[in-house]
Write a protein that binds this ligand. Structure first.
Ligand SMILES: Cc1ncc(COP(=O)(O)O)c(C=O)c1O
Length: 422
């Protein structure tokens, strides 16, 4: 058996991918170019993450300068480095209106952040006399990465198939029902629930904005039952929802917020958790209690230096505000697509993300509609993300209205081509 590539792609059918890899070579702003020199509108900002756009030399320069000074060092025990200290303080200061007396724990991406938050929730209750509180509730359509606990609490069923037993102390409730969540607290036993995880806007599960009042109701149920509310802001933060943290759109006060992606705009891997002082207290004020968790690259100086340069760009160029504006512009770009024969709904998210879903009766016969649409759009120079019942867009925050108008025209054409191919 010959193999055209040795690279095993994540989330891929390698039998299809091998020999047909789509090699991206260069990026600038909201556009990328493949190795053949063809230009594409990066409608997905890689995976919801290149918030400041491609080709930002400021970030490369900051990473380079840090590498020249101290490329890497661990932060276990008392070790620290300048960029991690500055970044933790900067993130804590910006989180202060949302999370009381915030502390920041770093890992290398969203999956690490989820694992950290879940383990810390359990460890906190074990340390404060409620060791039976270990249960974690997630939501259908939720996506929290592919590490152990993240896989277990994820609400996209296919991601658990054949992976062996998931964490036994987790369960899932319909993503938009407070009644179901209340019932789940009762079923599990309210004093056994450690935490509920929720994305402010469901991303990888298909771009679903929650019903009005849902998140506030979820937070209130957590408070009522003494469980922690963990907001998964891995997509939502750093401008994607038009604010620094995403949850600030909903007037929420979570016990923890996970972040990744936009913190470096994906230029280098970084993620983490903002933790309220109340949860940190037994570890920060206690008598020898450790959180025995962390990675070799937690607080990696070069990644943190890249994050600081990225946050400067977001601040200096008003990209939080731009995320808000894009909300309407994306809605306007997607709404004409609703008249395409194959389309059921144009779903604008809150912030700079949206999706179109396909008619369920067509999807029943053609499960590959999202993939076909991806291919037709790609042919026309636009990258969209096939997921669930449709395709999603989440472009960089430097995207212009004109970029979106052009993308909308290309997608209209792509959807017509897909319809006629059925
Ligand atoms: C809401 C959310 N949480 C967690 C993750 C996992 O992040 P990572 O892929 O960096 O592990 C993702 C990734 O898309 C995500 O969208």
């Amino acid at each position: 058996m010959t193999s055209e590539t040795s690279f095993w792609h994540p989330f891929s059918d390698m039998a299809q991918v091998r020999g047909h890899e789509f090699v991206i070579e260069r990026g600038e702003g909201s556009y990328v170019w493949d190795v053949g020199g063809k230009k594409y509108f990066d409608g997905t900002a890689s995976l919801w993450c290149v918030n400041v756009g491609h080709g930002r030399h400021e970030i490369a320069d900051a990473a380079r300068a840090q590498m020249d000074t101290l490329a890497t060092y661990q932060t276990f025990g008392g070790f620290a480095n300048k960029p991690v200290l500055e970044l933790a303080d900067r993130l804590a200061a910006s989180a202060q209106p949302i999370v009381d007396d915030p502390k920041v724990f770093f890992g290398l991406g969203g999956g690490d952040a989820i694992e950290t938050a879940a383990k810390l929730a359990r460890r906190y209750f074990a340390a404060t006399g409620q060791p039976e509180r270990v249960h974690i509730i997630g939501r259908t359509q939720g996506y929290h990465g592919t590490h152990g606990i993240g896989t277990s609490i994820g609400g996209i069923a296919a991601n658990q198939v054949g992976m062996g037993p998931v964490d036994p102390a987790v369960s899932s409730v319909p993503w938009d029902s407070l009644e179901a969540l209340e019932a789940e607290f009762e079923r599990v036993g309210p004093d056994k629930v450690a935490a509920v995880f929720a994305e402010p806007v469901i991303g990888a599960g298909g771009v679903h904005r929650v019903p009005p009042g849902y998140l506030q109701g979820l937070a209130a149920l957590c408070t009522k039952h003494g469980a922690l509310f963990i907001a998964d802001c891995v997509i939502a933060a750093f401008g994607r929802l038009g604010t620094m943290w995403g949850v600030d759109r909903f007037d929420l006060r979570p016990d923890m917020m996970t972040f990744a992606k936009g913190v470096t705009s994906g230029y280098l891997p970084l993620g983490g958790v903002v933790i309220s002082g109340r949860i940190a207290e037994p570890f920060w004020e206690g008598d020898g209690l450790w959180f025995r968790h962390g990675q070799t690259y937690s607080g990696h100086p070069t990644c943190c230096a890249a994050a600081l340069a990225n946050l400067d760009i977001i601040e200096n160029e008003g990209l939080l505000q731009r995320g808000r504006e894009l909300e309407d512009e994306i809605a306007s770009a997607l709404s004409p697509l609703e008249s395409a024969d194959v389309v059921d709904q144009a779903r604008a998210g809150i912030g700079a993300l949206g999706a179109v879903s396909f008619k369920p009766e067509l999807l029943a016969d053609h499960a590959d509609l999202p993939l076909r649409t991806f291919a037709a759009a790609k042919e026309r120079g636009v990258l969209v993300r096939p997921l669930g019942d449709g395709v999603a867009i989440s472009p960089s925050l430097v995207t212009t209205e004109k970029d979106l108008e052009d993308a909308s025209a290309a997608l209209t054409d792509a959807l017509a081509a897909v319809a006629s191919s059925l």
